[in-house]
Design a protein around this ligand. Structure first.
Ligand code: ATP
Length: 145
């Protein structure tokens, strides 16, 4: 697959709660999404909702190359708990020349390593959600003061 083919698409690695929600939202907004997960059951589950879902190990460079990952400009590594897989998949995407790699981190340490290996954006969904809820709650609490 040529580089131009996926230049406006987003490659999403991992269809857990974060990656699945992200992939579905982007597709609903009209973005071309290709989602990858190594879990066959999850891939089958999502294939009813997402147009392009592929079963592959994202730490395997040859597998990612085969599905055309080197033709993407934007990718999101939505693996959190599996820190090793998160780092390896991020490294493989960067090696393949993906320009913008977003990666999910579960701890500050995890995020720092992702930044050091070259992830362009590191997101902390749990931390961000906690801050958002605190903000919403404190707004409500001041209504009662
Ligand atoms: P959630 O978004 O549900 O909180 P999480 O942060 O706990 O997820 P993981 O469960 O580690 O993250 O991974 C998310 C998804 O990524 C899972 O569906 C898992 O199957 C998939 N995944 C993990 N490692 C790989 C890999 N090497 N290749 C492809 N997919 C992977």
């Amino acid at each position: 697959m040529g580089r131009d083919r996926h230049s406006n698409a987003v490659l999403i690695i991992g269809l857990g709660r974060f990656g699945g929600t992200l992939a579905e939202s982007l597709q609903r907004q009209g973005q071309h999404v290709v989602a990858v997960d190594e879990n066959r059951e999850l891939v089958q589950e999502w294939s009813g909702t997402l147009t392009h879902v592929v079963e592959a190990d994202a730490t395997n460079e040859a597998a990612l190359r085969q599905l055309g990952a080197d033709g993407f400009e934007r990718a999101v590594v939505a693996i959190g708990t599996g820190i090793e897989a998160s780092l390896l998949a991020t490294g493989v995407l960067l090696d393949l020349g993906v320009t913008e790699v977003w990666a999910k981190a579960i701890t500050r340490q995890h995020g720092r390593i992702l930044e050091r290996i070259g992830a362009s954006h590191v997101v902390y969904p749990e931390r961000d959600a906690g801050e958002r809820v605190a903000h919403l709650l404190s707004g409500r609490l001041t209504d009662f003061v």
